[in-house]
Design a protein around this ligand. Sequence first.
Ligand code: DAT
Ligand code: MG
Length: 157
Amino acid sequence: DIRERTFIMIKPDGVHRALVGKIIKRFENKGLKLVALKFIWGKEDMFKKHYADLSNRKFFPHLVKYMCRGPVVPMVWEGLHAVEISRVLLGQTCSEECEPGTIRGDFSIQGNRNHPMGRNVIHGSDSVESAKREIDLWFTKDEVVDWKSAMHTWIYE
Ligand code: DAT
Ligand code: MG
């Protein structure tokens, strides 16, 4: 589905480390299309909802606190298999195990199987269903823009 959408969020460490432009460029380079973006300092209750499926994990309060530590950049990107392709661009959850060439592999250092930790720069939806839920949580209908890129016919045949 070339209209598939995924929810991506640059985390507070990505913002503080001035990686916003570099990260956005990677999604643009791939051929994904930006359909929504904002710059906000997220509130605790939003991150509790966002990470609701992890709420019974021991690291949950730590994770929510980290996400509240600074501004974030929530975005929606659209394109063929956007969810899966974006997860590949991101790399694994654990930064130490990420391939170079991925966002987490290139821009973050700490985190292994035993201690995944939080400072992994970016969030990306793990399924089409969670993408829909996350997009609805962070954006109103009006904030997600339907448009056709001038490059469309040179990215898809
Ligand atoms: P991902 O962000 O790759 O989708 P996830 O949804 O399983 O990973 O977890 C959300 C975030 O929580 C992840 O980016 C880092 C943190 N995290 C995950 N597992 C953890 C753990 N066992 N200990 C500490 N932090 C963890
Ligand atoms: Mg996840």
